[in-house]
Design a protein around this ligand. Structure first.
Ligand code: PLP
Length: 448
C-alpha cells in the first residue's frame, strides 16, 4: 500500500507515536505536536507527509546527502548490484567493494589502504583498534591512549563516545572505556586562553603537548583524533597554521594523527576533504555520511601503507593481522552506491560548487552580524554556523528556547536549519546549515 501511494498521514503518526523511538528525541514533545515524517526529495527540496516542501538546509537532517535527492544513477547502481549479488562478506570481496577501495585511494594517494564498515562511529572505532594494534605489533608496547579535542564528536558507540569532546552526550552513559583524554577546542571566539589570533601563538594547539605528556608521552599515546573542521560541536574551522602545530607535536611523540572526515569529507567544506584546507598529512582518515550521500549506509577507514604493512604477519600468527569484522562492512550495493556517488561529486564538481556557494552563503550570513544577538558567523564551504548571544560584549549565550523558536520559524517559512542541542553553556547557541552541495544562489538566499 505504501508504494502504491496510499499514505495515511494520521495513521502513520499514530503508529509512530505508538511504536517508534526516534533518535535524539524527547517523545514528550509529540504529546502536543505532530511528529515529523518526510516522504520525498528532489535536488535540495524535501517534502513532508502533508505535502509541504522545504529547502533542506541540513542535507538529510545530519549533513549526509551531499549530492542531493533523486539521483537515478545511484539508484541504478544499487539495484543492478542487488540483482547480481546482494551480499557476500567475511574475508571475500565483491567487485564494487574493490572498485570503491580503488576510487578512494585515487582521491587519497597517501592513504591507499581502505577498510570498509557501516557508520562513522564504526570507522572511528576501527581507527582506534588499528592504532592500538599497530603499536603493539611494532613495539610490543603499551602505547594505547587516544587523545581527542574538546567539542569534537566521533560517534555513538561507547569508545567513539569516550573519544568525543561533548560532555553532554556522555554524561548518562558511563563508565566509558578508559584510555581517552581531552585537549582544548580551537574556537577563537571563546578562546580558553584569553588570547586573540594571530598574536596567540596557537596555544590551543600547543596545549596538546602537555596532554600527551600527562598521558605517558611517547610510551603511552597511540593517536590523536580530530575533525578537521568541527561540525556538531559548534562549527569550528581552526586557523590556517593550526594543523601544522598539531602534526609536529604528533610526530615528536610518534603519535598517529587520525582525521575524522565523516562530516567534512566529499566536498562539504569546499574541498574534497576538510584536511586539504590545511597543511596536514594524516595517518588515517575516517569517512561516512557523504561517502554514499545517505543512499546506503557505508563508512571507511583509510590508512597509510606503513600502517597496513605492520599487519602482514607469519601464517602461524593468529592475532597479528587485523582480527576485526563487521557483517555489513563492505556490502556490495552500498559500495556500488558510494562509487557512483563519488563519480557524481567529481563529474559535477560539487566540491567547487560547495566552495562557491559557501562563499556566497557566508557573504549573506555576514550581513546578519548587524543584528544585536548575532555574536559570530563562521564556517567553511557549505558548513556554516551562527552563534547567538544576548549581547555582543558579554557573549552570554542566547537560550536554547530562543534558538528552537528560530528553527521553528524557519521551518514555517519553508527552510530546514539546525541548532546545537543540549550542549554546555557557551555552545548551545549555534544555528547551523549544511545544505546539499548542489544548492544554488536562490536556495542560499532563502536559507539566509
Ligand atoms: N564523526 C562525526 C564528525 C560525526 O558528526 C558523526 C555523526 O554525526 C560521527 C562521526 C558518527 O557517525 P555515525 O552516526 O554514522 O556513527
Amino acid at each position: 500500500d505504501y508504494f502504491n501511494g496510499r499514505l495515511d498521514a494520521g495513521k502513520l503518526a499514530e503508529l509512530q507515536r505508538k511504536h517508534l523511538w526516534l533518535h535524539m528525541t524527547n517523545h514528550r514533545l509529540f504529546e502536543t505536536r505532530e511528529p515529523p515524517i518526510m516522504v520525498e526529495g528532489d535536488g535540495f527540496i524535501i517534502k513532508d507527509i502533508d505535502g509541504r516542501e522545504y529547502i533542506d538546509g541540513l542535507s538529510g537532517g545530519v549533513w549526509a546527502v551531499n549530492v542531493g535527492y533523486g539521483r537515478e544513477s545511484i539508484v541504478r547502481a544499487i539495484s543492478e548490484q542487488l540483482r547480481r549479488l546482494p551480499y557476500y562478506a567475511g574475508s571475500t570481496a565483491t567487485p564494487p567493494y574493490i572498485l570503491l577501495a580503488q576510487k578512494l585511494a585515487s582521491l587519497l594517494p597517501d592513504l591507499p589502504k581502505v577498510y570498509i564498515s557501516n557508520s562513522g562511529s564504526e570507522a572511528n572505532e576501527k581507527s582506534f583498534k588499528i592504532a592500538r594494534q599497530y603499536f603493539r605489533e611494532k613495539y610490543r608496547s603499551d602505547k594505547y591512549k587516544i587523545i581527542y579535542r574538546n567539542r569534537d564528536y566521533h560517534g555513538t558507540t561507547l569508545a567513539a563516545l569516550a573519544s568525543s569532546g561533548q560532555q553532554e552526550r556522555k554524561i548518562k552513559f558511563g563508565p566509558l572505556p578508559e584510555g581517552f583524554a581531552e585537549f582544548p577546542h580551537a574556537l577563537c571566539y571563546r578562546c580558553q586562553f584569553g588570547r586573540s589570533y594571530p598574536g596567540c601563538n596557537l596555544e590551543c594547539a600547543r596545549a596538546l603537548e602537555a596532554v600527551i605528556l600527562q598521558e605517558g608521552g611517547e610510551d603511552g599515546v597511540a593517536a590523536v583524533i580530530v575533525e578537521p573542521v568541527t561540525a556538531g560541536g559548534g562549527i569550528i574551522p581552526p586557523v590556517a597554521e593550526y594543523y601544522q602545530v598539531l602534526q609536529n607535536i604528533c610526530r615528536k611523540y610518534d603519535v598517529l594523527l587520525i582525521m575524522d572526515e565523516v562530516v567534512n569529507g566529499f566536498g562539504r567544506t569546499g574541498k574534497m576533504f576538510g584536511f586539504q584546507h590545511y597543511q596536514a598529512e594524516p595517518d588515517m582518515i575516517t569517512l561516512a555520511k557523504g561517502l554514499a550521500s545517505g543512499y546506503m549506509p557505508i563508512a571507511a577507514t583509510v590508512a597509510r601503507n606503513k600502517i597496513f604493512a605492520q599487519f602482514l604477519v607469519d601464517e602461524e600468527d593468529k592475532t597479528g593481522y587485523f582480527r576485526d569484522i563487521s557483517t555489513f562492512g563492505g556490502c556490495a550495493a552500498a559500495s556500488a552506491a558510494a562509487v557512483e556517488n563519488i563519480n557524481i561529486i567529481e563529474k559535477e564538481k560539487l566540491a567547487e560548487n560547495s566552495a562557491a556557494m559557501g562563499a556566497y552563503l557566508m557573504e549573506g550570513l555576514r550581513e546578519l552580524t548587524e543584528i544585536p544577538v548575532v555574536g559570530e558567523v563562521r564556517g567553511t564551504g557549505l558548513l556554516a554556523g551562527i552563534e547567538l548571544v544576548t549581547d555582543k560584549k558579554s557573549k552570554q549565550p542566547l537560550t536554547e528556547r530562543h534558538l528552537a523558536q528560530v528553527v521553528a520559524d524557519a521551518k514555517t517559512a519553508g527552510v530546514i536549519i539546525g541548532r546545537m542541542v543540549r550542549s554546555v553553556p557557551g555552545f548551545n547557541n549555534v544555528l547551523y546549515t549544511a545544505p546539499p552541495l548542489i544548492i544554488n544562489k536562490e536556495g542560499i538566499d532563502r536559507i539566509v
